[in-house]
Write a new protein. Structure first.
Length: 105
């Protein structure tokens, strides 16, 4: 059975293409996400704020496209992107240290 996943295309205010993902990303639908990312060449902002679950299959897809992604996450996904090492390869917005830096400035 496939886990529900929603994908919504858009553009950021600066014109950068974006893809908003919702639901769960797991082995049953990681191929759908992979196809969606492959169909959008160039830099892409991937908004994961509506993702409730991300497993290793989903992480593999994100690592495969890390050279061109910018992620937006919530505290739910923060440990996954940090401990997997993905945060070392892509710009990630929504990490708790981002809030600390904003407060200092």
């Amino acid at each position: 059975m496939t886990t529900p996943l929603t994908l919504t295309s858009g553009r950021r205010p600066d014109g950068t293409p974006s893809l908003t993902v919702g639901g769960e990303i797991d082995m049953s639908n990681a191929g759908t996400l992979s196809d969606a990312l492959a169909g959008r060449p160039g830099p892409l902002v991937l908004d994961l704020t509506a993702v409730e679950y991300l497993d290793s299959a989903g992480l593999s897809v994100l690592f495969a496209h890390a050279d061109r992604l910018e992620l937006v996450v919530t505290s739910l996904l923060e440990p996954v992107v940090v401990f997997s090492g993905l945060a070392d390869l892509v710009t990630v917005h929504g990490l708790s240290h981002d809030d600390d830096e904003r407060r200092r400035n």
